[in-house]
Design a protein around this ligand. Sequence first.
Ligand SMILES: Cc1ncc(COP(=O)(O)O)c(C=O)c1O
Length: 399
Amino acid sequence: MLRFSQSANALRSSAIRELMNMASDPNIITFTGGMPNNTLFPTEEIDEIYNNLPIDVRRDGFQYCPTTGYPPLLNSLKEFLRQKGLPVDNNELIITTGSLQAINLIAKVFIDPGDRVITENPAFIGAISVFKSYQAKLDPVDIDEDGIVLPDLEKMLQIKSPEAKILYITPYFHNPAGIVYSQKRKTELLDMLKGQNIVLLEDDAYGELYFDQKDRELTKPIKTIPRLPVPVCYTTSLSKYLGPGLRLGCLLAPPDIFEKCELAKQSLDACSSTFTQVLAHEFLVQNKISGYLEKLRKVYLRRSQIMLAALQQYMPEQVTWTKPRGGFYIWVKLPEIIDATDILKKSIKSGAVFVIGQTFDPLGKKNNCFRLAFSHTPEDRIEEGIKIIASALKESMIN
Ligand SMILES: Cc1ncc(COP(=O)(O)O)c(C=O)c1O
């Protein structure tokens, strides 16, 4: 018999994955994956960049690079982060294989089996899986339209045996809930963390994708605030901007945490892809990024508007949803008695698919909700897909 580790034995394929396999039919309208549409990737810009690279730089791309990252990219990324107000001078930056790896590194250097991690509920499924893989005990705290619910968080922080080690939050265009934290909630959160022995992991995968320039201020990371009461580790990613295939993210952390993460990364993959780091560096340093992000903001705004209009037109009255100010997602709430899995089964049969709420509940319970991603569905199919889901819902609500 194979003697897998406890952590491997704890990994489970979910029933939902089986259901999703049924949805692989190319004709089905999918609102599932949190990814850009293939047509949006900057293929021409990358062609131009690669074709103009000197031969020695091209060769560098095929080589290993330092574990912390390809030095030119570290510099250009620092400049990008500095412009967001991030304290790149008294913290250390490490380039990671997507921000999922940054979350993994933090979990790896802090979590022993049974350690407590406080997350939001709902929370990013990738982070839930990471924490579970280290056998953390997850303590989810609900969120509302302004961010994590503070009285509930306070209760979790009061539990001292054991004290929670990590608080993981995604304040900017939340996956899956689509919300952005208000300034007030961020300030009050930091007040509440005073005197706590906890690390705050701030995950900012979508912050640049605000729809209205006026909301830019809302995406200012917590890590930019002076005199933080607890160590704050900030992670961002190029996945939702340039493409997840680059597998590039980064972690900005206080020096003592950075040192451990660097050691942990050495044994994981030695370094992230130098090849994509070379391309990403050129993209940043040639300032191709601002125009490209401008384009993305317009596309995602339009897609979200099409989806919101369709929801408004077809959804039954008792159903509510968030109105995103950026990012990829709309979070739909159903009456308590409705189970999103039933709706999903019906929708798949009629040709549309989404992700049920349970997937994002760290305890796998709440299921009267679901996530719609508007980021990768062709614009001319969004309305039709929403109509299908709304019909499935109406059918369930009548029966
Ligand atoms: C909130 C959040 N964080 C992190 C990630 C991980 O992205 P990547 O590892 O591709 O950088 C995602 C991807 O869906 C996400 O939604």
